[in-house]
Each structure stands twice: as C-alpha cells, then as structure tokens.
Design a protein. Structure first.
Length: 256
C-alpha cells in the first residue's frame, strides 16, 4: 500500500483536455428554488418578478454611478500626477538645473513604473487592458480572480500610474474591465448582503452575465463619453435581446 501511495505521489499530473479551463452555465438551473417559483400562485409570482425588476433597476443605477465615479477618479489622478511631474521638471529647468530636472523626471517615471509593476505582481489579473478577460467571461469561460475587488484596486491604480508616467497606454480599455468588476461586485455581493431586505438572489451565472455586460458597457460609455456606443458594445458582445435589460443598460450608461 505504501508503494502504491508513493507511486501516486510521483505520478505526473495530466491536465484535462480543456486545458484546465471551466465553462459557465448560462441556462436556468433545475433546483428546488426554481421549482418552488414555478409552483407559486400567479399573484405571488408577479409580485416577485416586480420586486426583482425594481431591485435590478436600483442595482444598475448604482453600477452606472460607481463606474462614472471611478472614471472621474482615474482622470483626476492622472491629471494631478502629471501636473506634479511637469511642474517639478519645469521648476528645475527654470533654474537651469538640467541635471536636477532629468533626475526628477527619472524619479517620477521609475517610481510610477515600479508601483504599477508591484500592483500587477499583487494582482496578476489586472495586467493588460482587461478586455480579453471580460470577453472570455461573457462567452462562458470561468476566470477566477478576474472580477474580484482586489483586481479592481490594482486596475484603477495601475491605470493612473501607467498613464501618468507617459506610457503609450490609455484608460479606455481598462475602464471596460473596471466596469465589469464593479457590476459583478454590486450585482452579486450587494443582494447577498442585503438579502433580508431585498428578498432576491441574483447569485447565478445568467444574471451575473447580464450585470457584467452592463458594467462593461458602462465602462465604454464612461471612457469615451458615448452611451450609445456602450449599448452597441453590449449588444455586440453579449447579444442582449431583452428589452427590459436594454432599457436598464441605457439608464446605467447614462448615469456613468
């Protein structure tokens, strides 16, 4: 028995044919909760649908406001750091201290670059624009860590550092990822935390996908100041054909 256990420990791990990726199920699950809903009376079922619709409109409003706030925060941070950098260099050049100006500029660039690298090390999912992560999730791929709050912090601070130091990068792509994370947190954690008052549960893959698509579209709208463009992005990537969801997305994007 000991020999067999030792052989099992030394056996080489073989990854599954899918490469270790796991897919999400966007179909309605068959469980006791769904069965209980179908067994409700007409009046009770209509009341629950209205309550869920009201909560959904409330959540998409919060998503739009938060995504717009993050967009403003990133713009403010980039403007502030860039002004500090150029003011310090200008003051040094005004005194004709060229080496001092070069040292100040180098310190700003290296410091912000190291900060962005440390944030990526702390949360690897925050690297890049984030659009491939969002598109992969919306198309049914499970990506652990891509939509967590830790990634949001690293993403927002990383955008500010990278753009402020002068890298050939912008905040447009990362804002899509930022909006998706905000929508995922608000759409799943808030109903769970306030479940006693809201009496709804949106913690399933199908509803989460709808919220994430709205958040990504709100990120597009906030980055480019184009609500209609955000709607088209949502329709193109997610193909949301539900009229209520489209109307909710319009509200969220307008607020962002």
């Amino acid at each position: 028995m000991a020999i067999i256990e030792q052989q099992d420990k030394n056996a080489e791990y073989k990854a599954p044919a899918s490469g270790g990726f796991e897919s999400l199920n966007y179909d309605e699950a068959e469980n006791l909760t769904i069965r209980a809903r179908y067994q409700m009376g007409t009046t009770e079922r209509v009341a629950m649908q209205r309550r869920e619709s009201a909560v959904q409109w409330f959540l998409v409003s919060i998503i739009g406001i938060l995504v717009g706030s993050f967009a403003y925060f990133t713009t403010f941070g980039i403007t502030t750091l860039s002004r500090w950098k150029f003011d310090a260099v200008y003051n040094a050049l005004e005194k004709r201290a060229f080496y001092e100006g070069y040292a100040v500029l180098s310190a700003f660039v290296v410091g912000l670059a190291l900060t962005a690298a440390a944030l990526t090390r702390w949360s690897p999912e925050a690297a890049g624009s984030g659009i491939p992560h969002v598109k992969a999730y919306l198309n049914g791929n499970r990506l652990d860590g891509a939509l967590r709050p830790r990634t949001l912090v690293a993403k927002v601070l990383g955008i500010i550092c990278c753009v402020s130091l002068g890298m050939p990068a912008g905040r447009e792509g990362p804002m899509v990822h930022t909006g998706a994370i905000v929508a995922n947190v608000v759409g799943t954690w808030l109903p769970k935390a306030l479940g006693k008052w809201l009496r709804v549960d949106f913690h399933n893959d199908f509803v989460r996908r709808n919220f994430v698509s709205m958040g990504a579209a709100a990120g597009v709208a906030a980055a480019f100041h184009a609500p209609i463009g955000g709607i088209l992005f949502s329709l193109e990537e997610v193909r949301v054909s539900s009229v209520p969801l489209t109307h909710a997305a319009v509200l969220s994007l307008s607020l962002s």
